[in-house]
Design a protein around this ligand. Sequence first.
Ligand SMILES: [Mn+2]
Length: 317
Amino acid sequence: MTLDNIKEEIQKANTIIILTHESPDGDAVGSSLAMYQALKQMGKDVDIVMPEHPKTFDFLPCADEIKIVGRDDIVYDLAISLDCTDTNRLEGFDPWYDEAKVKISIDHHGTNSMYGDYNYVDPVSPACSQILIVVLTSMGIEINKDIGKCILAGIITDTGGFRYSGVTTETFEFVADLLRLGVNVSEIYKKVLQVKTRANFYLTKLAIDRMEFFEDGKITFTYITKEDEKNTLAEAGDHEGLVEIGRDLEGVEVSIFLRETDKGFKASLRSNEYVNVAEVASIFSGGGHVRAAGCTIPYQLEQAKEKIIDRVKTFIK
Ligand SMILES: [Mn+2]
């Protein structure tokens, strides 16, 4: 069984690198930090690396130990990739993954390409960090307050604060356990979800102003450019949540949000009831979940907009 293999490989390994997806969100950061602390508890020589992450999560235990590159003087015994569908999304970090002697992928995306030597993928789990409860417990790791906080940050991020349909009985049982341990759940909730940066506020204003409706209001579209992010002094993660503005409007089935990157536009897609946006994203070589997915469209704004809207239209009833 995969879980036994994972356990065995972690036990055997001495040097371990933890990797996650580009534009790391709360689940990416939370999962990585939870795994990092667990491996430290086991006495492993472990590095946690990721691209620039939102400062929002810097309050989490061990966040100051996150590195932006791995070591080049060693070949890691083991690479563990968390919350990441495929090696493309490891963007720039794939050399460390490819070189490692053994590779493990732990994820909750149904579109995971099974790129590890061992893949533990549970699409039913609302967050990758929630899967770690099972993985770490099976390894005999005690989920203490600090590890628990990181797992919770991942769950709160990916469930929109326990709002989405993906939450399970395990989600609430875990939160109950954390409360018993004395973790201030509402404080973490507030830090992760409620407090917005000033740049996020200004970007929200722009996104609302530019919002357009298509197909009788069943599709919303909006965007931000690199210039907007520069003008608002935006930092990593300040664009998070903008795609949800359209999704939460009455009558909307699909919300499309484009964000300019060096490769064109990154599309974030959200749906409410029936459109499988992971399927839409996969047409553009992206992926994700049924109700939340993303892809990159390597074109200028007008063309990218037309391409994605035309595709989404074909899914609208
Ligand atoms: Mn996730």
